[in-house]
Design a protein around this ligand. Structure first.
Ligand code: ADP
Ligand code: ZN
Ligand code: ZN
Length: 842
């Protein structure tokens, strides 16, 4: 093949298509579909990805430019991933390059770098009439610049600019005259970590012979050589190892290398983020009957090697993880690879240990708390085939496997599987798509499946998403689900209890303290005030750029906007009325902690929230402390609800169950139910029986009642009635279009134009109308209305919600109308964002 189509690294409408490049002879062996290349584009050099290869066309190739360089020996992307990016582009209305970039670790997102070298003065062919001629290299500054570059050989523009900050004209002149040459090159953001290593350069027998005839004065060298021979089966070994074992200097080792007996080389070091941690090896468990039934269905499909999707609905503690592990085992025996997706927050060392314990070094781990370097190393382990299983958060769905056999998505209902930045993909949809292309099986597991997945499994109505439902209603260890009590907090108040703890929860904690058992307390953080309010006039400190209240940070005593980063010193008196009664509410968890200390003097509390877990590894440290029984209570936000498994936890308390129920989000009830079910599952997982206390101001709400009865099915039936009546997923799909601009009146007009245009176009295609209508294709446009956060970073925001149902391509119409609006107003200040199947409506 002599020609490549390349998607370049510029996320814009005009560049969102492949461009043609010639493949020069010397690069031909290296260019493949998925290769990362440097290509000339206009006056720049850009990074790009090869998406297809073609024979040289008959005509037009004179104009075609050649690929300049290939950036990796092995293509970082595969043809399958390239194909997936094409699908993502249509599915999520994003640019293909944005999809491609999301598949790679940050370290590989090279930027083009410019550097300068000395030019060849002989090629200076500008005439004396040239205005630039005035700046000769004989000129003092010009000469100094040339000397500067000559000394260094290669400098970046930045370096020259810094050395000669006021002489940019001179530098430009030197460039224009060809006395300096500019080059561009794409450099990876990250260097591979290397280490000096020692290896024998000759056969062992030859080295042993040499040893016998070594001159006496080279005694130290002889020792080194003897040692290296002795270590033969471990070679290459780290240079520093040799030095410290024998107490010799690097010079001694180098001398041996100079004599040709050994080699010293820079070897790549693989950073292992789990280094120094021993993983207890684990053997497969004998499956329970319930597990066996589920497992045999999965194996049956795995052995067929045809694409299939399972929805594994198993209560907390039903032993889903063991199913995952044994399915992976099967997949590995077929010489295929597996991806395990876990919500970021549940990707704890405990979780990793379960996989590493079973599959050891075959497991790579990817999550956002890894440094760029660590992430890159894990990625390479996969890419180079040293790992066959990856356990990771959302983006691990793009792991560069080439024989993918199984994708597991644990806690499939978690909203964190949806990426909120572009590309706004949902890992579940990507997983199913990827698996269908490669004949892999998908297991979606949860104790509380999303309504979308559960409905799809029960109805079997969607062609591209009809999971087989597998149920595990009992716990693997045979213990019962914990007893749940709901406490009506309104009654507590009526009877004079103003504390945030009901009498029941108070007493239950006291009993745990007495018995030396542990308690987990959950606070639904979103319902709690972290803002600053004046109790005299009601003033609330808000961000001047965004229409939301500022958050108080105790440590730095300032107020911060969590959206734009605006920060301000916390005021002593109310800026509005001058009152001193301005009150700082700590984070919700801080307040609970204070109250606990008051009620139970000496109680040991570990608080886990955004404030205490910002540092790398702190999450893990806190959990370990709790496990080691260094505390009586683990108090926290959603973080404590997931994946934790502590034998001595016998009480779980939910401070306010309903604080998220009133949010303007049609999934509020579902999220509340999921959270309560999850947290209730934390208690009594082992020998000791568990108790759960849920405090609520609306104890009659069906999400709270059904969660307390561990009754998923009844909750689903109730919730689906609401969804159907109000036309929400799973009975239709949503697209959220958000328009933003600095000027409000203009924005309102543009948003109205957008909605009207979209309605008109849909109408002409026969789609538009109420979803009540019995029609295959229906599309409804709601709005425009101000967004829930009406102003962000000084930009006003309006949104349209599109509800649609049917087989038509609604996404592409929504996108097309947006692009046409953008083209017609030619106002770069207008931004339009499209979120297909949005999860966050706040
Ligand atoms: P889930 O992921 O469904 O919440 P887990 O996989 O954490 O459940 O299993 C709960 C507990 O049951 C764990 O302690 C696990 O070791 C144990 N377990 C699971 N399957 C078996 C089995 N077949 N035999 C014995 N113990 C099991
Ligand atoms: Zn005031
Ligand atoms: Zn702000």
């Amino acid at each position: 093949m002599e020609m490549a189509r390349v998607i370049v690294d510029v996320p814009s409408k005009d560049t969102d298509r492949p461009f043609d490049y010639l493949i020069p002879e010397r690069l031909r062996p290296w260019v493949e579909v998925g290769s990362r290349v440097g290509v000339p584009f206009g006056h720049r050099t850009l990074q790009g990805f090869v998406v297809s290869l073609h024979p040289r066309p008959e005509m037009d190739y004179a104009k075609m430019k050649p690929i300049q360089e290939v950036l990796d020996f092995a293509p970082p992307l595969s043809p399958a991933l390239i194909k997936l990016s094409e699908w993502m582009k249509e599915r999520y209305a994003c640019r293909q390059i944005t999809a491609l970039q999301s598949m790679l670790p940050t370290a590989l997102k090279g930027k083009a770098e410019r550097y300068i070298t000395l030019g060849n003065p002989d090629e200076d062919n500008s005439g004396p009439e040239d205005g630039l001629f005035a700046v000769l290299p004989e000129n003092e500054v010009g000469q100094a610049v040339l000397d500067f570059v000559k000394q260094r050989g290669e400098v970046t523009l930045e370096q020259v600019n810094r050395a000669f900050p006021n002489d940019s004209d001179q530098i430009k002149a030197l460039l224009a005259r060809g006395l300096l040459l500019e080059h561009q090159q794409i450099k990876d953001k990250l260097q591979k970590k290397t280490m000096k290593a020692v290896e024998l350069a000759v056969e062992v027998a030859e080295a042993q012979e040499a040893l016998a005839s070594f001159p006496a004065k080279a005694q130290r060298q002889k020792e080194v050589l003897a040692y290296i021979i002795e270590m033969e089966s471990f070679l290459p070994i780290a240079m520093k190892e040799v030095l410290s074992a024998l107490g010799v200097t690097a010079g001694t080792v180098k001398a041996l290398a100079d004599k040709g007996y050994i080699r010293i080389e820079d070897m790549e070091v693989f950073r292992d983020p789990y280094k120094g941690r021993d993983f207890k090896p684990s053997e497969p468990l004998v499956l329970t009957q319930e597990q066996q039934k589920v497992y045999s269905r999965i194996v049956y499909k795995l052995d067929e090697r045809r694409h299939s999707v399972f929805l594994l609905h198993g209560v907390t503690g039903s032993g889903k993880t063991e199913i995952y592990l044994q399915s992976i085992q099967r997949c590995l025996e077929q010489e295929r690879q597996a991806i395990v997706l876990v919500p970021e927050i549940s990707l704890t060392p405990q979780m990793v240990e379960r996989f590493k314990g079973r599959f050891g070094d075959l497991v790579a781990v990817m999550h956002s708390r890894l440094s760029d370097g660590e992430r890159y190393d894990e990625w390479r382990k996969i890419h180079e085939g040293r790992a066959s299983v990856v356990v990771g958060a959302r983006s691990a769905i793009f792991a560069p496997f080439d024989r993918l056999g199984l994708i597991i998505m644990d806690e499939e209902h978690e909203t964190s599987y949806k990426q909120e930045e572009t590309p706004k993909y949902h890992a579940r949809d990507v997983a199913i798509r990827r698996a269908s292309e490669t004949g892999a099986a998908v297991i979606l597991g949860s104790a509380t499946p999303s309504l979308e997945s559960y409905h799809a499994a029960r109805s079997q109505f969607q062609e591209d998403f009809a999971p087989e439902l597998l149920e595990m209603p009992t716990r693997a260890l045979g213990n019962r689900l914990p007893e749940v009590t709901i406490v009506d907090m309104r009654e507590e108040l009526k009877e004079g209890n103003r504390s945030m703890f009901s009498r029941l929860l108070h007493e239950a904690i006291a009993i745990r303290l007495e018995r030396g058992e542990q308690t987990v307390l959950l606070l639904n953080r979103r319902g709690y005030s972290t803002f600053v309010m004046c109790r005299s006039c009601g003033y609330v400190a808000g961000c001047p750029e965004c229409d939301i209240s500022l958050t108080y940070h105790q440590k730095s005593n300032n107020l911060r906007c969590h959206y734009c980063g605006y920060a301000h010193q916390a005021p002593e008196v109310c800026p509005d009325c001058g009152s001193e009664h301005i009150r700082y509410f700590g984070t919700g968890t801080q307040r609970v902690e204070e109250e606990l200390a008051k009620l139970f003097p000496g109680i040991r509390v570990i608080r886990m929230d955004v404030d205490t877990t910002t540092e790398k590894g702190s999450h893990e440290k806190l959990l370990k402390q709790f496990r080691d029984k260094k505390a009586d209570v683990l108090l926290g936000t959603q973080m404590v609800a997931k994946g934790l498994d502590f034998p001595d936890v016998t009480l779980v308390g939910v401070i306010t169950a309903d604080s998220a129920l009133n949010l303007p989000d049609f999934r509020a009830a579902e999220k509340t139910f999921q959270l309560l079910t999850q947290v209730a599952g934390r208690a009594g997982r082992h020998q000791l029986p568990g108790e759960v206390v849920i405090q609520s101001y609306t104890p009659e709400h069906y999400s709270i009642i059904h969660a307390s009865g561990h009754d998923y099915l009844t909750f689903v039936k109730d919730e689906l009635k609401h969804r159907k009546a109000l036309h929400y997923p799973p009975y239709c799909r949503l697209i959220l279009v958000t328009l933003s601009h600095e000027q409000l009146p203009l924005l309102v007009r543009l948003a109205e134009n957008y909605a009207a245009d979209l309605k008109g176009r849909a109408d002409r295609r026969g789609w538009f109308g109420s979803l009540d209508r019995f029609a295959a294709d229906a599309l409804d446009v709601l709005g425009p209305v101000a967004s829930p956060i009406p102003r962000l970073k000084n930009r006003y925001r309006f949104q349209c919600m599109i509800k649609w149902r049917g087989t038509m391509d609604a996404v592409s119409l929504v996108r097309q109308v947006a692009e046409e609006l953008q083209d017609s107003v030619r106002d770069t200040k207008l931004q339009i964002s499209i979120d297909v199947d949005p999860q966050m409506l706040m």
